[in-house]
Design a protein around this ligand. Structure first.
Ligand code: AMP
Ligand code: ZN
Length: 122
């Protein structure tokens, strides 16, 4: 999609801080991180949200989750969330499917602060 910001990142038309990629998925740092680790895992093909991705490209969703697992393995101590905001009222602002890898316990951290309930839900 020409106007989609994540399609532009996938195409290299907008810069991003790349973390990892596969044939189907790209992982890059969120531009305004809400946790010490905040990486987006994004399918290279355009689908509005994770529901559409799961219907039309289930193998790409599997690839996205597996890349997210690898990113979390590299960047966290093993505790993390994979979050898919779906719909504007649930906080989705970019309508190109993506998962958030979020963690308050980066790999090697010693004094990790547990998440509050609000953060865990938000
Ligand atoms: P959501 O609110 O679930 O749709 O998530 C969209 C996320 O994309 C937000 O956390 C934004 O901070 C992030 N974001 C928006 N533009 C960029 C960008 N150019 N590079 C990296 N992350 C971005
Ligand atoms: Zn797109």
């Amino acid at each position: 999609m020409e106007t989609c910001i994540f399609c532009k990142i996938v195409a290299g038309e907008i810069p991003s801080k790349l973390v990892a990629e596969t044939e189907h998925t790209i992982a890059f740092h969120d531009i305004s991180p809400r946790q010490p680790v905040h990486v987006l895992v994004v399918p290279k093909s355009h689908h509005r949200d994770v529901v559409e991705l799961s219907k039309h490209a289930p193998f790409e969703l599997l690839d996205l989750v597996q890349l997210g697992n690898r990113v979390a393995e590299q960047l966290t101590n093993g505790s993390f969330r994979l979050q898919f905001n779906t719909g504007a009222e649930a906080g989705q602002t970019v309508f190109h499917a993506h998962g958030h890898i979020l963690s308050g316990t980066p790999r090697g951290s010693v004094d990790a602060v547990p998440m509050s309930e609000d953060e865990a839900l938000g």
